[in-house]
Design a protein around this ligand. Structure first.
Ligand code: ZN
Ligand code: ZN
Ligand code: ZN
Length: 375
């Protein structure tokens, strides 16, 4: 995923994101944000280092200061090519110098900072040593909604990723399932996602028969048989933005029970989607979907939250879960993916990515949610 979003956004876009992040951090009582290579850095600057090593690369954001990227001298030429580079001051450092002291010199040494979840402990410990009065919070915990609301250009990329996942499903529903291993169908999913423009594939779940009752089953050696329910759940990044969709198909004619359970999940997914509107709480989406499944007597078999945010990663805040009171805001993107898991028998999950609009929600996945029969 090297710099794939660079073409879509300008230095002004990145400048606006960095300003907003610094302002939001100050409002949250933080003296600044320290952003290591990873999804936050890509979103804020468009920069992905050629490799992540023990050499410190760190974006330093503090309200009222120009953004600074501390970067190893040998990587500075790469950093200068990032789309957000014109909005940054590069502070390069050479081997033998102390990049932590240089970073500390930019900051209020007794401040509390938000630091990327994926920053190496090595760097955090050295920063603490350079600034003994400093303290730290996980960036995701301190500013969970930083990347949650997408702008128009981001929504276009999210929609394109969703359409590519849908095109993948349209092809996969026509491949042969019976007599093939789950891993072979998973390889088909991977190939189609890439052919439809994905640069990374994060997951290709093919969970047949009893394997479908385990939401974490990926794809294994099991040979798919006639009569199997098969949970398909696949996605990744296309032009730097995520896709993630699930459909459950049946090989040959389903039983009445299989049809009924699938229909309950379909109705739950519809209810979750209908609950999406500005001002509703995240937990309202979970409650709406869960009420349908509980009402049908399967409450104990819906064993995960209803959804998760998605953007430059395929799993991020906000989470559609009981207790999450965060209000929905136009531009947020997240999954609505209820399921029923019957141990030893089968599972059903149906998942769309949904974005909040001014008056409701819009699905970014639109393939058939009725039970699809495959061969
Ligand atoms: Zn069956
Ligand atoms: Zn999924
Ligand atoms: Zn998902």
């Amino acid at each position: 995923m090297t710099g794939s979003t660079a073409a879509s956004f300008t230095a002004d876009d990145y400048r606006a994101r960095m300003e907003r992040a610094a302002r939001t951090a100050a409002e949250a009582g933080l003296a600044g944000l320290l952003v290591a290579p990873g999804p936050d850095l890509v979103w804020l600057t468009g920069y992905t280092p050629p490799a992540v090593t023990e050499r410190l690369t760190l974006l330093v954001l503090a309200a009222g200061q120009d953004p600074v990227l501390v970067v190893p001298a040998l990587e500075a030429p790469d950093a200068r090519k990032a789309a957000g580079a014109p909005a940054l001051t590069l502070r390069d450092w050479t081997d033998g110098k102390d990049p932590y002291a240089a970073t500390a010199a930019l900051l209020d040494a007794s401040g509390r900072f938000g630091i990327s979840d994926n920053a190496w402990a090595l760097h955090l410990l050295a920063l603490r040593k350079a600034m003994p009065g400093s303290s730290y919070a996980s960036l995701t915990e301190a500013l969970p909604m930083l990347r949650a609301v997408k702008d128009a250009a981001e929504l276009d990329l999210m929609a394109a990723a969703g359409a590519a996942a849908d095109a993948t499903f349209e092809e996969i529903r026509n491949v042969r399932f019976s007599g093939r291993r789950e891993s072979e169908v998973a390889a088909d999913l991977d190939r189609h996602l890439r052919r439809h423009g994905h640069e990374t594939v994060d997951f290709t779940i093919v969970a047949s028969g009893p394997n479908g009752a385990d939401p974490h089953h990926e794809a294994g050696d099991r040979v798919i048989e006639r009569g199997d329910m098969v949970v398909l759940d696949f996605g990744g990044l296309r032009d730097g933005y995520g896709s993630d969709t699930s459909r459950t198909v049946h090989v040959g004619e389903p039983t009445d029970e299989e049809r009924r359970v699938h229909d309950i999940v379909r109705q739950a997914q519809e209810a979750g989607f209908r609950a999406v509107r500005p001002g509703a709480a995240c937990q309202d989406v979970d409650r709406a979907a869960r009420a349908v499944i509980a009402g049908a007597g399967y409450g104990e078999h819906f064993i995960h939250r209803t959804g998760h945010g998605i953007g430059v990663t395929t799993h991020e805040p906000p989470y559609m879960i009981e207790g999450e009171e965060q209000p929905l805001v136009p531009g947020m993107c997240f999954s609505v993916e209820p399921g029923i898991y019957l141990p030893g028998q089968f599972g059903v999950r149906i998942e769309d990515i949904v974005t909040v609009t001014e008056d409701g929600g819009r699905r970014l996945n639109t393939t058939a949610r009725e039970l699809v029969i495959v061969e």
